[in-house]
Design a protein around this ligand. Structure first.
Ligand SMILES: [Zn+2]
Length: 303
C-alpha cells in the first residue's frame, strides 16, 4: 500500500498485491504504486518505506527478510534512483510503533510499546520519548523472546516457545489444535482444518464453546507472560495491542489485564495500561511518513 500522508492523516492511497517476491519485481511494483498515488506531486515530498525484515537505516538496504527471502537487497538505493526523491526505509513494525506513538494510542506518552498480533508478532519500543533502534536496528524484536522455552510451539525462527509462536493469531490456532484431543466433538473441529482461523476461535470462545474457551485461556496465559516480561524490561506507561487478534477488544483486555498484574513482580503494579491500538493497518504508513518528514527513523521530532 502506498499513501499520501499529511500531519498523520492519509489523504489518498493506492494498493497493489505482490505475487512475485523477487527483489527486482517488488521494487518495480513499489515504484509504480508510489507514482500512482503521487501523480504530479514532487515539491516537498519525502518517501518513507516500512518493509519486513532487518534494515540498514543508513542506506535503506534490507539486510535480510524471511518474508521475502531477501539478503542485502538495496531497496533504498533502487527507489532513490528511480524516483529522484529522498527515501527512508525501516522495519514495518518500527514504523507502526512510530505512527501509533505520534498519532495513535501512544500519544503523549514517554514510554510506550506497540505489539501487532497477526500472523506473527511485530513490535517496537519507545523509551524516554525516543524509538529504540538498537545496535543493528534490531531493538523491538519482542516476538522472539521465549515465553515457553521447554514446552512451547516451534517458531518460524527456529527456536521453541517464542512469544510469536505462542501469542500471535497463529499461536491461538496452535493452542486450539494442541487441546483438540480433549474435545473430540468440538464444533470448531467440524470446520475444515484449513478454514479454522484465529477469528473463528476467538468468536467461539466469546460464545462459550468449551474447546475454544480452553484454547483462548492458554493463549491469554502466554500473552500475559510476554506482556509482564515487557513491563519488566521497559516499564512502559502504555502497551498497545494491534493486529487481527486485538479486534477482540474488551474481551481480550478483560482477560489479560489481571494476569499481567499477577505476573508483574519487581516493577510497581498497576502502572502500565494495556490498551488496543488505534490506527489499525494504517499505523505503518503513518509512521513511515513521520520518518520521512523527520528525515530518518532516528531523528527526533523537529521543533
Ligand atoms: Zn522465534
Amino acid at each position: 500500500m502506498a499513501a499520501v500522508v499529511e500531519d498523520g492523516v492519509i489523504k489518498s492511497r493506492a494498493e497493489t498485491d505482490i505475487v512475485d517476491r523477487t527483489f527486482e519485481v517488488v521494487a518495480k511494483t513499489v515504484v509504480a504504486t508510489i507514482r500512482e498515488v503521487l501523480g504530479s506531486k514532487k515539491d516537498g515530498i519525502s518517501i518513507g518505506i516500512g518493509a519486513p525484515g532487518n534494515v540498514d537505516l543508513a542506506n535503506g538496504t534490507i539486510r535480510y527478510s524471511p518474508n521475502f527471502g531477501w539478503h542485502d537487497s538495496p531497496l533504498g538505493a533502487k527507489l532513490r534512483e528511480q524516483l529522484a526523491l529522498p527515501v527512508f526505509v525501516a522495519n514495518d513494525a518500527r514504523c507502526a510503533t512510530l505512527g501509533e506513538h505520534t498519532y495513535g494510542s501512544g500519544r503523549g506518552t514517554a514510554n510506550f510499546v506497540l505489539l501487532t498480533l497477526g500472523t506473527g508478532i511485530g513490535g517496537g519500543i519507545v523509551a524516554e520519548g525516543t524509538l529504540l533502534i538498537g545496535n543493528s536496528a534490531g531493538a523491538g524484536e519482542i516476538g522472539h523472546h521465549q515465553v515457553r522455552a521447554t514446552d512451547g510451539f516451534y517458531c518460524n525462527c527456529g527456536k521453541v516457545g517464542c512469544f510469536e509462536a505462542q501469542a500471535s493469531g497463529t499461536g491461538l490456532l496452535r493452542h486450539a489444535l494442541a487441546v483438540a484431543p480433549s474435545f473430540p466433538r468440538s464444533e470448531l473441529l467440524a470446520e475444515k482444518p484449513q478454514k479454522l482461523g484465529s477469528k473463528a476461535i476467538r468468536r467461539a470462545a466469546e460464545a462459550g464453546e468449551a474447546h475454544a474457551v480452553a484454547a483462548w485461556n492458554r493463549y491469554i496465559d502466554d500473552l500475559a507472560r510476554g506482556l509482564a516480561n515487557i513491563i519488566a524490561f521497559v516499564n512502559p506507561e502504555v502497551i498497545a495491542l494491534g493486529g487481527g487478534v486485538s479486534s477482540a477488544g474488551d474481551f481480550m483486555l478483560r482477560a489479560v489485564r489481571p494476569k499481567v498484574e499477577e505476573l508483574t513482580t519487581m516493577v510497581p503494579r498497576g502502572q502500565t495500561r494495556v490498551v488496543t491500538a488505534e490506527l489499525g493497518n494504517d499505523a505503518g504508513a503513518i509512521g513511515a511518513a513521520v520518518m520521512a518528514h523527520r528525515g530518518g527513523l532516528t531523528v527526533s521530532e523537529r521543533s
